[in-house]
Design a protein around this ligand. Structure first.
Ligand SMILES: Cc1cc2nc3c(=O)[nH]c(=O)nc-3n(C[C@H](O)[C@H](O)[C@H](O)COP(=O)(O)OP(=O)(O)OC[C@H]3O[C@@H](n4cnc5c(N)ncnc54)[C@H](O)[C@@H]3O)c2cc1C
Length: 175
């Protein structure tokens, strides 16, 4: 089942035509996540681009008692982003901001659309590296805005052999 005409019109006026999808190909694509055992086509998929749009989408769905499922890259392996047939997927891939790097605690706060590779690229000039499964660097998003741990690279070519700034006090080179 696709969006009703009224809901679709409201969502399009909020997000724009490109960010409201309920065509058969999209519904098929979003019928499951990394766990392909369980599938159900959603009612539709929306792609809010900022916090205000996200809040408005949630309000519109909630006022109609339509269930929704947030989704990052859909790579989870436990079926958490599998929709129900009458639910809407809220796709968070457009939230790509890197908000803050805490060099002292080696954590980074990012939007849920930031993939692992962007974190590695961001901290690499300062001699750090984000090290989950290397094969996941280009595919995995983060579930929600959250802090991720990164560490100082043991490899001189990644570190660039840069030394900590005098007086930085926290071992964070170049900061
Ligand atoms: C090839 C491959 C390699 C992997 N490697 C690793 C690895 O190295 N390390 C690791 O930890 N995991 C790994 N995983 C597992 C999986 O990718 C992670 O669990 C990943 O972090 C899921 O992120 P996602 O954005 O794809 O979440 P999704 O699958 O989209 O969602 C996962 C759950 O979080 C919820 N959710 C999504 N976005 C939000 C949001 N913004 N707010 C609230 N809830 C939300 C969803 O509803 C769902 O319940 C791997 C998976 C694959 C397929």
């Amino acid at each position: 089942m696709a969006f009703t005409k009224e809901l679709r019109t409201e969502l399009v006026s909020l997000l724009g035509e490109d960010w409201v999808k309920d065509d058969p190909v999209t519904l098929y694509t979003y019928r499951c996540d990394g766990l392909t055992l369980y599938t159900a086509p959603p009612m539709g998929v929306v792609f809010p681009g900022n916090r205000n749009e996200l809040v408005e989408v949630v309000k519109k769905l909630h006022s109609r008692k339509i269930p929704f499922v947030p989704r990052g890259a859909g790579t989870g392996l436990s079926g958490g982003a599998v929709p129900r047939e009458q639910s809407v997927i809220i796709e968070m891939a457009r939230f790509k901001e890197i908000h803050d790097i805490d060099w002292l605690n080696r954590t980074i706060t990012v939007g849920p659309g930031v993939i692992n590779l962007r974190i590695s690229e961001k901290v690499q000039p300062d001699g750090y590296h984000y090290v989950p499964d290397p094969s996941s660097q280009k595919s995995l998003h983060h579930r929600r805005q959250r802090r991720r741990k990164f560490r100082r690279s043991p490899h001189p070519q990644i570190r660039g052999d840069r030394e900590p700034c005098a007086g930085s006090g926290n071992g964070a080179p170049g900061r």
